[in-house]
Write a protein that binds this ligand. Structure first.
Ligand code: 6PG
Length: 231
């Protein structure tokens, strides 16, 4: 399957996607820590990555050198079950000894504008990332970059209002930040993502397509999300 400007690997199912993502994340960490003494990874929200996060909870790694960032966050109280930071904590980050001062949650409970402003210097100090993880919504969004939403050039972090995926108020890294990375992985699983994958294959300028090209991404998708090849 040929996606313009990115590589794609089709795997049998979500478990295989999570296993492949685990292997790539651990290898990227070893390489970064060996070369620079630190591994800076941006996490995606949503449900797709949770299988891989649970596998990381049982993995062995040089956790003391991992620095965690988030690609986006929902403007909800910090302990809300729908927060991306809460999901990553519960499935993985609270089960491994990454120093908590190295886990950089987006303070989205402060509201979109204040949180974006507060997170901007944290992202600026972290660039370039070593690995950016992304998902894809059924409309082709990634992080909280939605179709038809303006993305101003310049900022690394932006407030998001009226997001079509609830909650409406969010904070997102922009392509300027997401694409400043040594590696990028996009995880796509499930039949619900097939129409967006079809649109991506057809060359539509979806947010995920734009970011994936900019980040020279590897897309890991399962067969359920893979459009049936036109015959
Ligand atoms: C979010 C995510 C979002 C997610 C996609 C896919 O905050 O919702 O960051 O970009 O990656 O919507 O979500 P699923 O993995 O749940 O399908």
């Amino acid at each position: 399957m040929q996606l313009t400007g990115v590589q794609a690997r089709i795997l049998p199912d979500a478990e295989a996607v999570a296993d492949a993502a685990l292997g790539i994340m651990l290898a990227a960490a070893e390489e970064a820590i060996g070369a620079r003494g630190v591994f800076r990874i941006v996490l995606t929200g949503g449900s797709t990555p949770l299988l891989a996060y649970r596998k990381l909870a049982g993995a062995s790694a040089h956790w003391a050198d991992w620095h965690i960032y988030h690609g986006d966050e929902r403007c909800l109280p910090s302990e809300d079950a729908e927060r991306n930071s809460r999901a990553a904590d519960e499935t993985w980050l609270l089960q491994v000894p990454i120093p908590r001062e190295q886990v950089h949650a987006i303070p989205a409970e402060r509201g979109a504008e204040a949180a974006a402003a507060a997170y901007e210097p944290i992202v600026a100090a972290a660039l370039p990332f070593d690995l950016v993880l992304l998902g894809m919504g059924e409309d082709g969004h990634t992080a909280s970059l939605f179709p038809e939403h303006e993305i101003r050039p310049g900022p690394l972090v932006m407030p998001v209002h009226e997001a079509p995926k609830p909650p409406p108020e969010r904070v997102s890294l922009t392509p300027s930040a997401l694409c400043r990375t040594r590696r990028m992985l996009v995880l796509v699983t499930g039949a619900g993502k097939r129409p967006a994958m079809h649109r991506w294959l057809a060359g539509e300028g979806l947010p995920v397509a734009r970011v994936a090209v900019g980040g020279n991404a590897l897309v890991l998708l399962d067969e359920a999300a893979t459009p049936q090849l036109e015959h």
